[in-house]
Design a binder for this molecule. Structure first.
Ligand code: PRX
Length: 570
């Protein structure tokens, strides 16, 4: 394979196909695939699982779950019956349509069964990442008004039940001691019936709430509806290129949107065998998963690819990776050198895809038949109109930077921010456009190139972190008077979190204190939100109204001009 083949020119034949595909495309054609197109009765879990049983694919393997201690496979039929059982467990406890039911546990078959069971009752599922600590869990359960939670004995201690009056039921997967006012998953699953009529919903009824971060305020509950399945199904076909015999592996946890849209819905709506690997990342573990399961389509993220690249050739050369047919990435900028390396290491170009929690599914992508320009996110899908606009909503010429914006609507777009409609409105401040908060440019061939965030949101290892949430935790520490948090460029993680801290009187700026503050955030919020770097300052730059100017902190850090300082306090 020659480097020259990765040239940045576009073959017009592909562009021609692309334009043709865009012209011919209609979302309604995609909708016709679903039974509800005819009868109006929809339920995601039915479409993703039960439908395959009804159509004679019940014996096909739907899920291959493995971790260091177990490996189990489940057919579509088995998942149908198990999720029916769990749906019945929930119904027996009075849970039904529109209730918010959260899941807080590590990846396991039970997590996937629970999520499908929740959806069958018509309740709205809220998956939480297992690394969340007490404050992070409480904020999310409180804001959503969750009435039930599925968790494990190990994580139960992070659920401050006294502070969550609306949380009526806690279902525990694992050992439960009598008298604890907890529901045992195992006991109730054993006695529940495996027959269930799913709750038939309208396409605009709720599906999921995913919490994500903005630059101000607490995490936002991004609310998605059943209708999103149109785009999950379609992008699964078009972008993931899923085919009947594929073994597909998405490495994301369902606590993040990639782990639901593309770790659950897209593969199962397409009836494909889905691999889930529990436990922590290591190059050996991941490559042996591909080898053992014969993974053919693999969806992961730049930080992981950079770590795999860093592990060196001697690692991937020990494994048989020739089952791979298609490799994709999402979540952060994918460096051109990683695309080139992936081509050498795996014989496949890594296909970048761009989207957000709010968009519910992929919007700008490199799809299989397209020429890749390494470093570009690709082009808008047929059915999606993307543009670079100025702050008044006017499109800017090619190669000019501006706001990456999407013409509304599209099937999987969020329908609101839970409990916070005004936050939702902010995304649509330019009439007719959804404003992503990313800055980018489009080149003369219609490829989009990511430039950065317009706001202060941090992207570390593909995880989106709001500086406000971290700052709020930091100032709970007795030594911290003021804190400002920024993303600092990092060659592996994209960005790391750096905190600037002004200490209270009487505290000394020591390395031990840095370590203690780091642990305080890690144990209170989560490891990925804890600042890997801390710098003590006598004073932080603030506006006259008292707002910490992260822009100035960033300029200090990167040795850049600080820009307009007219609002600074002194
Ligand atoms: O800044 C963009 C970045 O991740 C943000 C969305 O984060 P989140 O909602 O957590 O969703 C991640 C998974 C869909 C975007 O606003 N981002 C996402 N994909 C890319 C990206 N940045 C550069 N290139 C991408 N392909």
């Amino acid at each position: 394979m020659q480097e020259e083949n990765m040239q940045s020119t576009v073959q017009t034949s592909n562009l021609g196909n692309y334009e043709e595909a865009r012209k011919q495309f209609s979302w309604e054609e995609v909708e016709r695939h679903f039974t509800w197109y005819a009868n109006g009765k929809v339920n995601m879990a039915h479409e993703a699982i039960d439908r395959h049983v009804d159509e004679g694919r019940g014996n096909k393997t739907a899920l291959i779950y493995s971790d260091a201690s177990r490996r189990e496979t489940f057919t579509f039929e088995e998942l149908k019956l198990l999720s029916n059982r769990f749906g019945n467990v929930l119904r027996q406890h009075g849970i039904g349509k529109g209730d918010r039911v959260f899941i807080f546990m590590p990846r396991s078959p039970e997590l996937y069964v629970a999520l499908l069971g929740i959806l069958k009752t018509g309740a709205i599922a809220g998956p939480l990442f297992e690394a969340f600590m007490e404050t992070a869990v409480k904020d999310r359960l409180e804001d959503s008004g969750a009435v039930a939670l599925i968790t494990t004995p190990q994580l139960l201690g992070r659920v401050s039940r006294e502070e969550l009056p609306e949380l009526k039921q806690i279902i525990v997967v694992g050992e439960v001691h009598s008298g604890e006012d907890l529901i045992s998953y195992d006991d109730e699953m054993r006695s529940a019936s495996d027959e269930l009529e799913p709750e038939w919903l309208d396409r605009e009824d709720g599906l999921l709430i995913h919490y994500t971060s903005g630059s101000t305020g607490k995490p936002k509950g991004v609310y998605h509806v059943q209708n999103a399945m149109i785009q999950h199904y379609y992008t699964g076909k078009m972008v993931l290129d899923l085919r009947e015999d594929d073994i597909y592996w998405c490495t994301a946890d369902p606590g993040w949107v990639t782990g639901t849209s593309y770790g659950i819905f897209a593969p199962w709506l397409n009836g494909v065998t889905n691999v889930v690997r529990g436990g922590r990342f290591s190059p050996q573990d991941w490559y042996s998963t591909i080898e053992r399961e014969n993974v053919s389509v693999w969806y992961s993220a730049p930080t992981a690819f950079r770590m795999l690249m860093g592990a060196g050739e001697q690692v991937h050369e020990q494994f048989r990776l020739d089952s791979l047919r298609h490799v994709l990435s999402v979540g952060e900028p994918l460096n051109p050198e990683v695309v080139r390396w992936g081509w050498k290491a795996y014989g496949h170009r890594i296909h970048d895809t761009w989207w957000m929690t709010e968009t519910g599914a992929q919007l700008i992508c490199n799809y299989p038949e397209m020429d890749i320009k390494p470093g570009s996110m690709g082009k808008p899908l047929p059915g999606i109109e993307a543009a670079i606009v100025d702050d008044h909503g006017q499109e800017v010429p090619p190669n000019h930077m501006g706001n990456l914006a999407i013409r509304t609507p599209w099937p999987s777009m969020m329908r609101t921010i839970w409990n916070n409609p005004s936050k939702y409105e902010e995304y649509f401040r330019l009439p007719g456009w959804y404003v992503s908060g990313d800055s980018a440019y489009m080149d003369e061939d219609g490829y989009f190139w990511f430039q950065g965030r317009i706001d202060d949101v941090i992207n570390s290892s593909g995880e989106r972190i709001g500086p406000f949430e971290v700052e709020s935790k930091l100032i709970e520490h007795p030594a911290v008077a003021e804190a400002g948090v920024i993303g600092k460029p990092d060659s592996t993680r994209g960005e790391i979190i750096k905190a600037f801290i002004a200490l209270r009187e009487g505290y000394e700026a020591t390395d031990e204190l840095k370590e203690e503050i780091y642990r305080f955030v890690k144990e209170g919020l989560s490891a990925h939100a804890a600042p890997r770097e801390i710098e003590f300052k006598d004073k932080l730059p603030k506006t006259r109204s008292g707002k910490i100017m992260r822009r100035v902190l960033k300029a200090w850090e990167l040795d850049l001009p600080a820009g307009d300082l007219s609002t600074i306090e002194d």
